[in-house]
Write a protein that binds this ligand. Structure first.
Ligand code: PEP
Ligand code: MG
Length: 590
């Protein structure tokens, strides 16, 4: 049995067999085999070597023909190594003497080889280390079934364990098969975590070396409330968690009853609870959870798994589908926020975002759009055309200066004029807003309020840029805190600037769905929250249990603390007073 604690990012409990996704550089666990299987594993070593030699011979030939003999030499080195009994006999000897699997013998011998080369005084040998790893991966690929590399091949309900998943892999998870997700890396607001939450799959990230400690087929309990994963649990734990699954089902049923009730405080102020989505198909679920509209549509997800740039028609179709699914409820479409951790899978689309030395501070989001005007204009045309079909707002992400916003608005105006010239209908007065997710924008909120119809505060990025902590890095996740006094100060100033200028303001970062921050945000004057839909019922329950006066008192006190710990402990206590057990067994969300 193994118990590991990580960062809880999506609640729920699930008990299933593990499917460990192969990462080619993942250490192969040492497993012993019965004596009767030794010859079988030696035969597996032999055929893996044979197949690898066949593949390399082909690559060698192709490279010689296309790039010349000099460049093909590297494959002669690979072939030479695999033909050398001084190396390959070690695989067989290890299987025989130590009674280990073929894959472990290859993994272990090649790793030792690489280390010996790395420590060699001659630089020729040190430079060959990359080739040894390359060979190791190739031979292991013949031995480790590729089925677990491909999520679409998971054919029974399972818990997926991976070193990491890209946002597009996560978005493609089949909810009927993937019952839980646990990864070695990631932070609370990494996009993989956000998507897992949106899909309603219990998930834990930042489990560090989990993939090295679990094998496919092990029984796993994932507790997405506490951020705990138990591998090969004992009978007592299984019983306890089966009861927990029943308790959660009952609680969900109770929260479900709130769906059609308004999110109104005890003193009668109506609060707008909206959903965040990545795909049009998420709308029915958001409405089911009680969303009164969509406050953030992350349109870049259409790009992440596309082979080529989505056409204007494809984008238009997605937007219209979203509008139709909403049946008259409002929709805020955010323009492309590509780059940083949202890199398309297709090499063609990813090209302009690669090789960034500092991706979160680099060519991403609105900056990328402003440097790729045909792409930006295509999207704006699609959004504007869709605006003729229902209530749509348009929002620009990552605005960091007034000039940048003006440039984006100018292009929007230009696209509007083109549509006018072509007699194509669109909503002339489509509201235009911006995300406040960079400290410079927060500090200049008063100036920006004169230039836009609305703000949406993106705390996921605002926190990372304010405290200089990568939102997806599990090693510094303890420093990434929505309760940091500097973050709260910025939120307070933005909400006040919006209030004074009569600019609508909403908050669409993960913080909007975390109960511990709701009283504070209400007290600071926020009246609109956009969140991952599964979080809506609990937030609504809390809103219905508090008065604005009470929240203002909480906000006044919370802004006076010096550290995020004090802020968080205080907020948690206050929420517990109105909604006892809100954090029952749950790691406080930050
Ligand atoms: C944010 O930064 O808070 C936000 C909502 O946008 P994203 O998570 O897509 O960066
Ligand atoms: Mg953002």
């Amino acid at each position: 049995m193994l118990v590991k604690k990580g960062i809880a990012v999506s609640p729920g409990v699930a008990i299933y067999k593990a499917v460990v996704l192969d990462n080619e550089d993942r250490p192969v666990p040492r497993r012993t085999i019965p004596v009767a299987l030794i010859d079988h594993h030696i035969r597996r070593v032999d055929s893996a070597l044979e197949e690898s030699i066949k593949q390399i011979t082909e690559v060698h030939q192709q490279t010689t023909e296309t790039l010349g003999e000099e460049l093909a030499k590297i494959f002669s080195f690979h072939l030479g190594m695999l033909a050398d009994p001084a190396l390959t006999d070690q695989f067989r000897a290890m299987v025989r003497k130590e009674r280990v699997t073929a894959e472990y013998a290859v993994y272990s011998v090649m790793t030792t080889y690489a280390q010996t080369f790395l420590a060699h005084e001659n630089s020729y040998f040190r430079d060959r280390v990359g080739d040894i790893y390359d060979l190791k991966r190739r031979v292991l690929r013949q031995l480790i079934t590729s089925g677990t590399n491909d999520l679409s091949k998971v054919d029974a309900p399972s818990i997926v364990i991976a070193q990491d998943l890209t946002p597009s892999q996560t978005a493609a998870l089949d909810k009927s098969k993937i019952m839980g997700l646990a990864t070695d890396v990631g932070g609370r607001t990494s996009h993989t975590a956000i998507l897992a939450h949106a899909l309603g799959i219990p998930a834990i990230v930042g489990l560090e070396d989990l993939t090295q400690r679990v094998e496919s087929g092990d029984t796993v309990i994932i507790d997405g409330h506490r951020g705990v994963i138990i591998v090969e649990p004992d009978a007592g734990q299984l019983l306890e968690y089966k009861q927990e699954v029943r308790r959660i089902k009952k609680l969900d049923a109770e929260l479900g009853k709130l769906r059609d009730l308004p999110a109104v405080t005890k003193d009668g102020t109506e609060i707008s609870l909206l959903g965040n989505i990545e795909f049009p198909t998420e709308v029915p679920d958001a409405l089911e959870k009680g969303a009164v509209g969509i406050g953030l549509y992350r349109t870049e997800f259409l790009y992440l798994s596309a082979e080529h740039e989505p056409t204007e028609e494809q984008q238009y179709d997605s937007y219209v589908e979203t509008i139709r699914n909403l049946g008259g409820k409002p929709l805020t479409i955010r323009t492309l926020d590509l780059g940083a951790d949202k890199i398309p899978e297709s090499a063609e689309l990813a090209a302009p975002m690669l090789n960034e030395r500092n991706p979160f501070l680099g060519l991403r989001s609105i900056r990328l759009c402003l440097q790729n005007l045909p792409m930006f204009r295509t999207q704006l045309r699609a959004i504007l055309r869709a605006s003729a079909e229902g209530p749509v707002k348009i929002m620009f992400p990552l605005i960091s200066s007034v000039m940048e916003l003006r440039q984006a608005k100018m292009i929007l105006q230009d696209v509007k004029e083109d549509l006018d010239d072509q007699d194509i209908p669109f909503a002339e007065n489509i509201p235009v807003g911006m995300m406040i997710e960079v400290p410079s924008a927060a500090l200049q909120a008063k100036t920006f309020s004169k230039e836009v119809d609305f703000f949406s505060i993106g705390t996921n990025d605002l926190i990372q840029y304010t405290v200089a902590v990568d939102r997806a890095n599990e090693r510094i996740a303890n420093l990434y805190s929505a309760g940091h006094p500097a973050v709260i100060q910025l939120l307070k100033d933005v909400i006040r600037a919006a209030d004074r200028s009569d600019t609508d303001v909403s908050l669409c970062g993960e913080m909007a769905g975390q109960p511990e921050f709701i009283m504070l945000l209400l007290g600071l004057g926020l009246r609109s929250f956009s969140m991952t839909p599964p979080a809506i019922p609990e937030v609504k329950r809390l809103i219905r249990s508090v008065s604005l006066d009470q929240c203002r008192r909480v906000a006044r006190k919370a802004v006076g603390f010096d550290s995020d710990r004090e802020v968080l402990n205080y907020l948690r206590d206050e929420v517990n007073k109105v909604m006892p057990k809100a954090f029952d067994g749950r790691s406080i969300g930050f």
